[in-house]
Design a binder for this molecule. Structure first.
Ligand SMILES: [Ca+2]
Ligand SMILES: [Ca+2]
Ligand SMILES: [Ca+2]
Length: 175
């Protein structure tokens, strides 16, 4: 536990207190929703842990890129170095299958891919800057870069769990 985690917990508690008995309900009933702040915090903590390969408690750009590359490698089914629309469509299943494979061989040095960015299908045509119908590494890097900048609220070149939480909350409210 570092101070940032503590601050995040404090914020979550404050939010729960101001929204009535939400916190009490969440801790006593087994039914949890996506809105449960404690649950979301756990999820973010797990994600940071997975991405944070040098274990300094925050996610650097190169750590983010490494995860992105691992994801792209799995999703790029025909291994031509580009992601077609079909590959992106099937990406979620491909990642799921891959994760099961990693689980089955815990000693193998396999990269741990993250999730496909949610907007990848929706914004496929926009991301495909040169309009050749597939996403190149460069095109994906541009997106990853933009994502990183947006999340790195204090612009120190690292994304902390707090910053991940902040962007997630904003995204939720829009939808
Ligand atoms: Ca790190
Ligand atoms: Ca491909
Ligand atoms: Ca392209």
């Amino acid at each position: 536990m570092n101070s940032k985690t503590l601050i995040a917990s404090a914020i979550a508690l404050t939010l729960a207190a101001t929204s009535g008995a939400a916190f009490a309900a969440a801790s006593t009933t087994p039914t949890t929703t996506a809105k449960d702040p404690a649950k979301r915090e756990q999820r973010v903590a797990r994600m940071v842990k997975r991405l944070d390969t040098d274990k300094d408690g925050k996610v650097s750009k190169s750590e983010m890129e490494a995860a992105m590359n691992a994801t792209v490698t799995v999703v790029d089914a025909d291994k031509d170095g580009f992601l077609s629309k079909q590959e992106v469509d099937a990406g979620k299943d491909a990642l799921k299958a891959y994760r099961q494979k990693v689980k089955a061989e815990p000693n193998a040095t396999m990269a741990k891919p993250g999730q496909l960015p949610r907007g990848l299908i929706k914004h496929f045509d926009k991301i495909d800057a040169n309009k050749d119908g597939k996403l190149s590494k460069e095109e994906l890097d541009t997106v990853a870069d933009r994502m990183f900048q947006r999340r790195d609220a204090n612009k120190d070149g690292f994304i902390t769990a707090d910053e991940f939480l902040a962007t997630k909350t904003k995204a939720k409210k829009q939808g």
